[in-house]
Design a protein around this ligand. Sequence first.
Ligand code: PMP
Length: 358
Amino acid sequence: MTRVPVRDDLRALEGYHSPQVDVRVRLNTNEAPGEPPAAWRDAFAAELSRVAWHRYPDRAATELRAEIAAMHGVGTDQVFVANGSNEVLQTVLLTFAGPGRTVATFEPTYQLHAHIARLTGATVSETDRAADFTLDLEAALAAIARDRPTVTFLCSPNNPTGLVEPAEHVRAVLAAVAMLPEPGLLVVDEAYGQFADWSALDLLDEEVPLVVTRTFSKTWSMAGTRLGYLVGPRWLVAELDKVVLPYHLDSAKQIAGRLALRYVGEMNERVEQIVAERERIQRAFDTLPVDHFPSGANFVLFRPRTMSGRQVWQGLLDRSVLIRDCSSWPRLDDCLRVTIGTPEENDAFLTALQEVLS
Ligand code: PMP
């Protein structure tokens, strides 16, 4: 026997999968439909040619942090940057979760919150949302009082449901975790924050146990770069800096992110186009035998009424349209999630969907 046993607590764990199938229309991973601006590509190539590759990168990613901070009107030392918001979440959980501690989630939500929490050895307290996927505030507050989580997650807009968490809910959950005998941290995951009409960034304060995470993968058309960040209290960012690996952000990535921030105007235009396309898809859903959930993100969750979710997903795949099959996930029976693509991709999706459902 040459295989080394994995940790006992990880043996039953399943990995996180999203199939990458070769299809004509790929609307399954909530990426941006278009590439970054051509001017960004040129500026990036020019700066890359000047990098001193034999040197480690700026360990503190100071310029990138400063520019993200300026965009949000906060201090550089209130921003933590990592390889995708997934690594931001991992660093938060390595710092504050771990064995003997509890992490609270409200399901269904982004699967990696619970998954990474378990990887750190923490116990996960999962509380169901209401049948329409809104937060059951009473149940949420009861779970926090009972399980006393060190880290509590809200995701707004929530993945995979698309629902934006109302500010009153975020305030109530924040008050509940802050008042625990040992205060807990509230993480608001805003990977899709730019598509929503409000942000928990407005609630940040040095004295409040709240952080907001964001990503360059969606609005910024840079999923290939793997860059995400967190805004939060200074003392907390300083703790994360101690936990993350030294030089975790390579030179190329720091340049890519810094240059991307020059194109805020273009990104905002893209967000508007995606929102308009989302509304078009939602109106089309109204004319089809599907139920759909209100979305403030770049995707929509829906449930066919006349066929199983799996059959519809397969029917679309047969027509070379790939969307996310959530139909076998807990609490998401028959649900499918479509990412908003280009107008042409969305047309192809809607035409295929009409065919499959007719
Ligand atoms: N949070 C949520 C809610 C997400 O949906 C995603 C991407 N699927 C992420 C975080 C991770 O994004 P990234 O690591 O690409 O920044």
